[in-house]
Ligand binder design. Structure first.
Ligand code: DGJ
Length: 743
């Protein structure tokens, strides 16, 4: 395991027990890509994988030599215009207007462990033995700019983390206009491209298309990763499925504008890349200054999409998320938003909290509306001091009263925003992002603070930290409810305006980081009008994220299913809300809402006092269940079994690390009658163990792991035939939760 450099052939081989990644120094000093996939043995010469012999080229690198062209060659970090005509990973605008570069290999370093990225979130190691890193230094002699390609291969995971650093060692400033975090040329195009797209209320739906010649991509231009496309895509072989076959996942650890793209040339070479969206981006690289790209993580799985997801889950849960809450059981919370919206008094909040405490809730979260003159959407954002008309003893007083009830207290903020009707805006009207001389568009009557400016971030930090220092706050929901328009910062000169989107995100990270450091025991949950900024970047600072404003029991099956392709179960904020559901008016059984939310960071989004006594009993049972099993659900191995995007049923399960416990959730969308016999084959159990299977309303039964995996659980339901004695007939949006415990 490790990283090998073959002196004679100039080849680098990164490998662990499962995967290999190979590169080679080319004849022109640039880097070629040889292979990424299942492990192959170390060997001195894999040069034949360059495959550049039989294709005619239209341009050649060396004089009087028709054997070397970059036109169809697989490259490591390609630039445009020196015989390669595909979209590049890199582009630098130079003082004379040229964009041609030539980065050639200079040296490399191989070491154990993994370096941190300055100012940016990234995966990490806890001991040097967990990973090996290769830093490849390349230089453009004419510009005297150095580029370091950094690769970390994890020893126990099929994952490689990559990033790129530029340093200007010359005397002239240049502008980086494109610097992807990862570029990977693959030797064929026999893949399906799977992206995770949607909108508010339906985030991260699974969308599949066959990879075609030409360019296919998803991106964000909104200043945040966005509801619309996630900074994550998969390439999978057409024959691969959830359980077998080759799948690659590409995930960007970043919360701003991104581009994920695959270009297939007419020889079916596929160039996959992911990084900061080059649209609207430029970075002025002054002499002696550096630029660091965000990190991208690529995972290879020979065990289908579940295999890939399990790698991302482990890596992101334990080596991206950090801090006090990383491994701790997350509190069952109640949030007042859908119970009251802006219409609350302190008495009302305390009533909600008191009832919740009776049922076993552990944390009360006060959402929007507690500060400044915030009685609705139009005012108050930016004034992070309590509204004493509503909360006579302030947040300090309320937090103490909540703690006296035996609950922890959490608070909502939207720190990146300001309303024009606020003291903050009145004192600093120039602190919003807006283009001089142009109209400033609003979103929800709010404007985006210019977080590219240090003084703005400092000011917000001081305001929030003062409150956190005096009140008893255990949890923060960090919301962000609009995207950036008319992007421009008054603090930067013209040539730096292309940096503002990125500098803004760096400012967000800086604020998170400072709050994490001063208040390490506060649990942060990120949010952006639901799941509009559910990305790995924020997981580094906030181990959970509000998955969607849509908490309907059926819609959430799709949203959480799609989200689970890359993000761990522990990261998905998932709440039970009232019916008819506030987003789409649907009525689903309380049990189903609970079973779906149990596969997330669990909570409630309603006033429990409005439920019937029977419903309250169900709630108590849900909370008992979550407290008993949340550790297993959050740390176990998760398997998607049946996709809500493909039929009337959804199923998933989680298996403990020792494979002695498992929980299966099974959902049926619409009831059907007198239908076929059905079975659900389970995964990940121990073939030889006997499992006790228990389920509400049914007696215990015993099965071998091999029975459950090879034959499956009979899921033929009551509506498909005669209803057995004592069983409830099923209904629309029906669900089952099955517990398996080994003898
Ligand atoms: C959007 C969030 O997604 C909601 O949960 C809630 O916090 C509102 N903002 C409050 O304005």
């Amino acid at each position: 395991m490790g990283i090998i450099f073959q002196e004679n052939t100039g080849e680098f081989h990164l490998y662990n027990g499962q995967i290999s990644y190979l590169m080679k120094i080319l004849r022109n000093g640039q880097l070629g890509q040889l292979y990424f996939g299942k492990k192959i043995p170390p060997k001195e010469d894999y040069g034949y994988l360059l495959e550049n012999r039989y294709r005619p080229a239209s341009a050649y690198v060396f004089d009087n030599d028709y054997s070397f062209s970059l036109e169809h060659l697989k490259q490591e970090y390609p630039a445009y215009g020196t015989t390669d005509f595909r979209m590049p990973a890199l582009e630098i605008l130079q003082p004379n207007g040229s964009r041609i570069t030539d980065f050639q290999y200079v040296s490399h370093k191989i070491y154990k462990g993994k370096p941190a990225l300055k100012g940016l979130p990234a995966t990490y190691t806890e001991s040097e033995e967990e990973a090996d890193t290769l830093e490849l230094l390349l230089r453009d002699e004419l510009l005297q700019i150095e580029m370091t390609l950094v690769y970390t291969i994890f020893r126990q995971e099929n994952a490689i983390a990559r990033s790129v650093r530029f340093e200007n060692k010359g005397t002239a400033a240049c502008q980086i206009t494109r610097a992807m975090s990862l570029s990977l040329d693959l030797s064929d195009a026999d893949y399906e491209w799977i992206q995770f797209s949607g909108a508010w209320g339906r985030e991260r739906y699974v969308k599949t298309r066959v990879l075609q010649q030409g360019i296919q991509s998803v991106n964000s231009t909104r200043g945040g990763s966005g509801h619309f496309h996630n900074p994550f895509v998969m390439l999978k072989r057409p024959t691969a499925d959830e359980f077998q076959g080759e799948v690659m996942g590409f995930s960007l650890v970043y919360s701003g504008n991104f581009l994920a793209q695959a270009e297939v040339d007419t020889y079916d070479v596929t160039r996959m890349m992911i990084g900061i969206n080059p649209f609207g981006f430029s970075w002025q690289l002054e002499p002696e200054k550096e630029f660091q790209t965000p990190e991208a993580v690529m995972v290879y799985s020979a065990e289908g999409m579940n295999g890939m997801s399990q790698t991302f889950h482990r890596l992101y849960r334990t080596r991206l998320a950090r801090g006090y809450w990383r491994d701790r059981e997350r509190p069952v919370l109640i949030n007042n938003w859908e119970a009251t919206y802006f219409d609350f008094t302190e008495e009302k909040l305390l009533d909600i909290a008191r009832t919740a405490k009776e049922d076993g809730v552990e944390l009360f979260v006060l959402d929007d509306g507690w500060f400044g003159t915030r009685y609705g959407e139009t005012s108050g954002l930016g004034d992070w001091t309590p509204n004493l008309k509503r909360l006579p003893d302030g947040i300090k007083g309320l937090s103490e009263k909540i703690e006296a009830l035996g609950l922890k207290f959490g608070l909502w903020f939207e720190l990146e925003m300001v309303n024009k009707d606020s003291d903050l805006y009145r004192s600093h009207p120039d602190w919003i992002i807006q283009t001089p001389g142009r109209h400033a568009s609003h979103g929800r009557k709010q404007y985006v603070l210019d977080f590219s400016r240090k003084e703005v971030v400092d000011h917000i930090y001081e305001m929030v930290a003062a409150l956190l220092r005096e009140a008893k706050i255990s949890y923060i929901k960090w919301d962000m409810n609009r995207y950036i328009t008319e992007c421009f910062s008054q603090a930067y000169e013209a040539k730096r305006q292309g940096e503002i989107f990125h500098r803004y995100i760096l400012g967000v990270y800086e604020l998170y980081d400072r709050l994490n450091r001063e208040f390490p025991q506060i649990l942060f949950e990120s949010c952006a009008s639901g799941g509009g900024r559910f990305d790995p970047g924020l997981l580094y600072y906030a181990p959970q994220c509000w998955t969607s404003d849509d908490s309907d029991g059926l819609e959430r099956q799709k949203i959480q299913y799609g989200t689970s392709y890359v993000y761990p179960i522990s990261s998905m904020g998932a709440h039970v809300s009232i019916t008819p559901n506030h987003q789409l008016n649907r009525i689903t059984p309380l049990k189903t809402r609970g079973y779906v939310a149990a596969f997330g960071a669990f909570g409630y989004e309603l006033d429990l006092a409005r439920l019937t006594p029977e419903e309250r009993e169900i709630v108590r049972e849900q909370i008992r269940f979550v407290k008993k099993y949340r550790k297993l659900i959050h740390t176990g191995t998760f398997y998607r079994l049946l996709s809500p995007f493909e039929g009337n049923f959804t199923a998933w399960m989680v298996v403990s690390q020792d494979r002695r416990q498992a929980i299966v959730a099974y959902f049926k969308t619409l009831n059907d009658v007198n239908r076929e016999y059905r079975r659900l084959r389970l995964k990940g159990l121990d073939q030889s163990l006997i499992y006790h299977m228990s389920e509400e309303g049914k007696g215990q039964r015993e099965f071998y792991g091999s029975e459950l995996m090879n034959i499956g659980i009979i899921t033929t339901d009551a509506s498909a035939g005669e209803i057995p004695q004592g069983e409830e007939p099923c209904c629309d949006f029906w669900s089952r939760m099955i517990i398996l415990e080994a003898e």
